[in-house]
Write a protein that binds this ligand. Structure first.
Ligand code: PLP
Length: 320
């Protein structure tokens, strides 16, 4: 009837993304932010609360702290790595648990199956429309490395702009989840807008998603080499990469981040801290960024991620 409601290229992409994430349906949006807004938009209303992990993508943090309160939705930030506390944090106002794993930018992991157990406990005795749902932003891992729905998440969102698109040429977002939520997600997209444009669906469908596994396997290998190099570097205090045995949650990574063939798939993203105290680190970080911007042959100073180029950025001064 009308392209904002339904369109064949986008529909094929949605079916493929739902299959990749092992979910029942997918609804695609113009950007990752539109997808995140919709995933929670269909769950919460004024007076409700969202329990969220304390580190996350900068714009999601801004959405949660600047805009959600205006609509009467309270977002509570906690360290969800400590899954033992979650049951107590699920007070009656909480309608959703929201997190990224690994989190942007510090690669903290959340044990999805453990969150599921805590939420199941809280959901006993709740009315069907008051049950807590688990929403995972799987942008950093992609379905190549981790399929949160198989571990107990209800909804998965993505920025297709990143590693699923894969080439940094097109924006997009998707929510994958259970069939029962599809009508609400479609209605939300019809009325609030921001559907994925058909011409942006096409490259994700034809180039991005089909090459995800191929690109990811190579990029994981590269990330591991870079991580080991940095770990041995005298000016680097700490490297955070789930594939390194030194990652504080390496054991959880080995359980949770596995590709469809059962291989350990710790992702393509890493972060590192320079030596020094907080103040000198900031200044050193600034100098390092400027130096790289002017001299690096194969590393580009730019935000975004999941492209075929290696990018580097300084979260505290650029995105967070
Ligand atoms: C980039 C990003 C988003 C937002 O995606 P857009 O497509 O730029 O709107 C959301 N979550 C994470 C983890 C991201 O890295």
């Amino acid at each position: 009837i009308y392209d904002r409601l339904d369109e064949p290229s986008r529909g094929m992409l949605e079916n493929n993304l739902a299959a990749a994430e092992e979910g029942e349906c997918g609804v695609a949006f113009a950007t990752g932010m539109a997808a995140i807004r919709a995933s929670l938009g269909v769950l919460v209303r004024a007076g409700d609360a969202v329990l969220a992990h304390h580190t996350m993508y900068g714009c999601t943090y801004s959405l949660f702290t600047k805009w959600f309160p205006r609509f009467g939705v309270d977002v509570r930030f906690e360290d969800l790595r400590d899954t033992g506390r979650i049951r107590d944090l699920l007070t009656k106002e909480v309608r959703a648990v929201y997190f990224e794993t690994p989190s942007n930018p510090v690669l903290e992991l959340i044990d999805i199956a453990a969150v599921r157990r805590a939420v199941d406990g809280a959901n006993e005795g709740r009315a069907p429309d008051r049950k807590v749902l688990i929403v995972v932003d799987n942008t950093f891992a992609t379905p190549h490395c981790q399929r949160p729905i198989t571990l107990g998440a209800d909804l998965v969102c993505h920025s297709l702009t990143k590693n699923i698109g894969g080439f940094g040429t097109d924006m997009g977002g998707v929510v994958v989840g259970p069939r029962v939520l599809e009508p609400e997600l479609l209605l939300f997209r019809k009325d609030l807008g921001a559907p994925l444009a058909p011409r942006s669906a096409w490259p994700h469908l034809v180039y991005g998603l089909p090459t995800l596994s191929l690109r990811s396997r190579r990029q994981i290998e590269t990330a591991g080499i870079v991580a080991e190099h940095l770990e041995d570097h005298g000016m680097v205090a700490q490297v955070l990469y789930p594939g390194l045995p030194s990652h504080p949650q390496h054991e959880l990574a080995a359980r949770q981040m596995v590709d469809v063939d059962g291989r350990f798939a710790p992702g393509i993203m890493l972060s590192f801290l320079l030596e020094g105290d907080d103040a000198s680190r900031r200044e050193k970080g600034r100098r390092m960024m400027d130096h790289l911007a002017g001299h690096a042959l194969s590393v580009t100073l730019a935000v975004s991620l999941g492209q075929i180029r290696t990018l580097i950025e300084h979260p505290s001064s650029m995105t967070h």
